[in-house]
Design a protein around this ligand. Structure first.
Ligand code: SF4
Length: 332
């Protein structure tokens, strides 16, 4: 049986949401941000989950809340401390925007979260998706969300390459207005764990009877090709006693387009054909796969930087790659 993407009867819509919510009630993952519907926690999880895997978010989510348990604490924090707590998650603009939005909420709105989509969208860094997610999950506003998971589910169920406004109206047409927050989370959960990008598990899918595709929908566009690049860094490390060791870091320009103001190892251009690098690792950023070579340097040559105690590195806003290298080198 196939299913129309815009159900014309309330019975069809009820059938869809009944199946979906029954599955969600039984199978949803026990994720920390589902413990309650506090808007600050919902907001934090929604921002962290953008472009980042759940497993990577969980650890950062707990640490961020430990450091900034309320919107008031976040608003009062120094920008460098907020970035340090975000370090490793990437897309640091998200952290800067959250910090700015927290200041607006505390300084201009008496610490109260806006409860409507319009009010939420006036805050820095909150667009249509995030506003609808917070409003529906924290405040039960009847608003549908469309993210990458929902898009895939809707396209496969309908058998159509829906895009743009058609996706939003399809999601809105299906929304269970009695449980909008759960409905939205259920759609995203289905896409994340059952209707996955590759090899969807149709045999255990609660929506199989209503699905037109029952498998991967043929893509009409091919994904962007990955580029390859090799980069080199110097590791200057003074080995003290454990946390007393120091590592030389440099700060990225404050007006850099990528990760402004964050700290990293000094980049170097020259390689030494007679030596082997201390470490080699792989790192991917959007469409580029990097091979990273790290050279241990005994001399400082002309490098200008800051000797940073290893015990302080947790408070430093390191780039994700710098953190990865320092972990691989057993320094942190
Ligand atoms: S039946 Fe398969 S393709 Fe259809 S929604 Fe379920 S998992 Fe996705």
């Amino acid at each position: 049986m196939s299913w129309d993407v815009q159900p014309t009867t309330s019975e069809a819509r009820n059938n869809f949401s009944r199946r979906l919510l029954a599955w969600y009630d039984l199978h949803r993952r026990d994720l920390p941000w589902r413990a309650n519907r506090d808007p600050y926690r919902v907001w934090l999880s929604e921002i962290m989950l953008q472009q980042t895997r759940v497993a990577a978010v969980i650890e950062h989510y707990h640490e961020f809340l430990r450091r900034f348990p309320t919107v008031k604490k976040l608003a009062a924090a120094r920008a460098s401390n907020v970035l340090a707590a975000w370090s490793g998650l990437g897309y640091y603009r998200r952290a800067r925007m959250m910090h700015s939005a927290a200041k607006v909420i505390v300084c201009e709105q008496g610490g109260k979260f806006p409860t409507t989509e319009e009010g939420l969208r006036e805050l820095p860094g909150i667009g249509r998706y995030t506003a609808a997610a917070i409003a529906s999950i924290a405040f039960e506003q009847p608003l549908a969300v469309v993210d990458g998971n929902v898009e895939r589910v809707l396209q496969r169920i309908s058998g159509e390459q829906l895009t743009g406004e058609k996706l939003w109206s399809a999601a809105t047409g299906l929304l269970d207005t009695t449980r909008p927050g759960d409905f939205n989370q259920a759609m995203m959960e289905l896409g994340a764990v059952v209707c996955t990008p590759r090899a969807p598990q149709c045999l255990i899918c609660p929506m199989m009877k209503l699905c037109a595709t029952r498998g991967e929908l043929k893509a009409t566009t091919s994904p962007a090709p990955q580029k390859k690049r090799e980069i080199h860094y110097s590791l200057h490390y003074r080995n003290g006693n454990g946390r007393n060791g120091r590592v030389l870091l440099v700060q990225r320009a404050l007006d850099a387009s990528l990760m402004p103001g964050m700290w990293e190892l000094p980049e170097r251009s020259a390689i030494e054909p007679t030596r082997k690098p201390h470490l080699s690792l792989r790192h991917s950023i959007t469409v580029t796969n990097y091979t990273v070579r790290v050279w241990r340097s005994a001399t400082l040559s002309r490098t200008v930087g800051t000797w940073t105690p290893v015990g302080r590195l947790k408070q430093v806003p390191l780039t994700g790659l710098a953190r990865k290298i320092l972990r691989a080198a057993d320094i942190i």
